[in-house]
Ligand binder design. Sequence first.
Ligand code: FE2
Length: 247
Amino acid sequence: MFGKLFKSKKEQVKLFYNTDVHCHILPGVDHGSPSVEHSLEMLKAEAEMGISRVILTSHVTAVSFENTRETLMDAFIKLKDAVSDAGMDMDLYLSAEYRMDEYFDKEYAADHLIPMPGNHILLENSFQQELMNLDELLFDMQVKGYKTILAHPERYSYYSRRRKRYEQLHNAGARFQVNILSFTGYFGEEARDSALWFVRNGMIDFLGSDMHNVKHAHIIMDYINSKEWKKIGPMIEPTIKNDLITW
Ligand SMILES: [Fe+2]
């Protein structure tokens, strides 16, 4: 009886899929999680949202984060051990988020990419301008058997002025991964508008957290508890392929 006098903590709404395909939870390899402890906190937040499988997509960029399978493997083993010691039921998979730059060209030519299962590769454009030979690269990669996923297309402001380009890229076989953070306005109104444009046009293939820290995780958790998400989540669900990536 007295229990009713106290407001109980609202239960966390769960996502409608179990696989996060984009995050920076691997510790100490980019500007994401700084430590194994922080990574565990991020994974606990993922679990609260219903995520049980996480593809670790650390940055690979020229000069700042020239990661390879070897540089990432040490952190991956440490995190897997920590997850198992903590008794967490969380499946981890090692991949990467590739900025399409001169370092990527080198790694791609040497056949050193770290794809997700099913040969999916997460690709990032420069935020200043689209890669000059993007169409050729996407075509070449697809011929080689890769499934190309463009990371957060809503965040490249040069596309928001020419959204026809999204349709061209999608028709050319690029899959789109939109960040949940973009809906929250975290990356500004332009990115939010574009994210909502993707919802209206049914062009979201994957959703990702792209979380770099626990703060990001909490913003996403609050957002999926919102009325807006309750409305747009079911609009996105039919085209989402996150759980089709299995390992
Ligand atoms: Fe990212």
